[in-house]
Design a protein around this ligand. Structure first.
Ligand code: SF4
Length: 251
């Protein structure tokens, strides 16, 4: 049976362990790669092309096959999927307790599912609320308005809005910051501060637009420790060649 959760297997989450947090991530096959339902309803051309799905171990066929198997289980046998997920989170929590780590879980490693609305069959509760002692967090392209229209977020769930090339994304990012969510943006190289209006690097000397500090999102993945911050990520892999506007470039 394929494990659902990947634990301590990527450099960014390993950096979090230095701060006492162990992270488990669920990697599915994004968009419609597994066939059937789109698990990233707001994916853009830019994000799909730059998606983490092909980064690191994602380059291996065996990894891609495992992600497709997990996604098909989620889509076609929700009961078995959720039972396995609950079981793996429970074991992860016990192992973290034994080793003295705070457990954190990211369910949308390479998907954008509204997990707080996916009930565990037979329990009438979602998996996030089922583990109130566990910190869950995700990056999302759902606008805060659309996401919150489905109901409030569980108090142990933090979302970071992922900025993208969609013309409406700037307004959604501003909403996200107002609500205390973080906003993540991808840059060709990491600036220290950017214009608050459009998150673009300050271009000319004397540019007097209000600015916002950029938190280095590659230092670790502990986004739930930030609130209302702009998280800068450096373009990696295929994103370096992005021409859609998904990657924000210095002039
Ligand atoms: S929404 Fe996220 S997971 Fe889905 S394709 Fe875009 S970057 Fe990848």
């Amino acid at each position: 049976m394929t494990n659902l959760l990947t634990i301590g297997n990527d450099p960014k989450t390993i950096k979090g362990e230095k701060r006492g947090v162990k992270t488990a991530i669920l990697y599915l096959a994004p968009v419609r790669l597994a066939g059937g339902q789109n698990v990233c309803p707001f994916a853009t051309a830019g994000c799909a092309a730059a998606c983490l799905n092909t980064a690191g171990r994602g380059a291996f066929t065996a990894t891609q096959e495992a992600r497709i198997r997990r996604t098909r289980l989620y889509l076609n046998n929700r009961g078995a999927f959720m039972a396995q997920l609950v079981n793996e989170i429970r074991k992860f929590v016990v192992s973290c307790e034994r080793k003295g780590f705070q457990p954190a879980v990211r369910l949308n490693g390479t998907s954008d599912i509204v997990w707080e609305r996916v009930k565990i069959p037979g329990l009438d509760v979602d998996v996030i609320r089922h583990f109130p002692e566990v910190q869950f967090y995700d990056y999302t392209k759902w606008s805060p308005g659309q996401r919150l229209a489905k109901g409030p977020l569980p108090r142990n769930y933090t979302l970071t809005y992922s900025l993208n090339e969609d013309p409406n994304a700037l307004g959604r990012a501003a909403d996200a910051l107002r609500l205390g969510w973080n906003v993540a943006a991808v840059y060709d190289r990491l600036p220290a501060r950017v214009r608050r209006l459009d998150f673009r690097p300050i271009t000319a000397e004397g540019d007097d637009h209000p600015t916002i500090e950029v938190v280095d999102g590659d230092a670790d993945d502990l986004r739930f420790l930030d609130q209302g911050q702009l998280i800068g990520l450096k373009a990696k892999g295929k994103a370096k060649k992005d021409t859609t506007g998904f990657v924000i470039r210095h002039a």
